[in-house]
Design a protein around this ligand. Structure first.
Ligand SMILES: CC(C)(COP(=O)(O)OP(=O)(O)OC[C@H]1O[C@@H](n2cnc3c(N)ncnc32)[C@H](O)[C@@H]1OP(=O)(O)O)[C@@H](O)C(=O)NCCC(=O)NCCS
Length: 153
């Protein structure tokens, strides 16, 4: 866990992949992205991934898609359990949204587990609005409902 070393947000590198795999497994124990999916997402969207590091380890990451018809998707956001509630998730999202704006995104979409109150509170505070009609049943398969949210930039 990061102690004395200052944390910084930086662009991702290929060497970060195993650390991102670990962060993802910690953050989503019931359904992390498989290794091969993360590798391909990082290859496809390397310029749209930010990580939190202290020079020795990684403590968080965020990943979005390039704008398609001016719409991007945030596909993952995770902070290591011991460093949550310290503003890192907000910093990652704020930096990412600024980048998406410069790349021509006019809207940003994401899905979130409907009982994930802390993530939903973060997204609402950034201006994301839930789709009308509430969570989509079985969005990620049987029993895996998700709330879809949109931010207009
Ligand atoms: C969701 C997550 C990324 C938030 O990151 P974080 O660094 O802990 O969040 P921050 O400290 O930046 O807090 C940002 C906002 O989130 C909300 N929030 C954070 N922790 C919260 C908690 N325990 N309860 C309620 N709201 C909370 C608040 O709105 C907070 O704003 P505030 O500081 O002005 O009150 C983090 O909890 C996480 O990694 N969770 C597991 C993975 C996950 O659920 N990712 C999102 C998937 S869609």
């Amino acid at each position: 866990m990061s102690g004395e070393r200052p944390l910084r947000i930086r662009a991702v590198t290929e060497a970060d992949l195993p650390h991102i795999v670990r962060l993802d497994a910690d953050a989503f124990p019931h359904g992390p992205y498989p290794y091969f999916v993360l590798r391909q997402l990082l290859a496809a969207y390397a310029d749209l991934v930010y990580v939190v590091d202290d020079g020795t380890d990684l403590y968080g990451y965020v990943l979005a898609t390039s704008p398609n018809d001016a719409q991007s998707w945030v596909l993952s956001l995770a902070i290591t359990p011991g460093l949550r509630g310290k503003g890192l998730g907000r910093q990652l999202m704020t930096k990412l949204l600024g980048l998406l704006r410069t790349k021509g995104a006019h809207s940003v979409r994401l899905s979130v587990e409907p009982r994930n109150d802390s993530a939903i509170a973060l997204y609402r505070s950034l201006g994301f609005v839930p789709d009308p009609g509430g969570p989509r049943a079985d969005y990620f398969g049987p029993g895996e409902d998700r709330l879809l949210m949109t931010l207009t930039l």
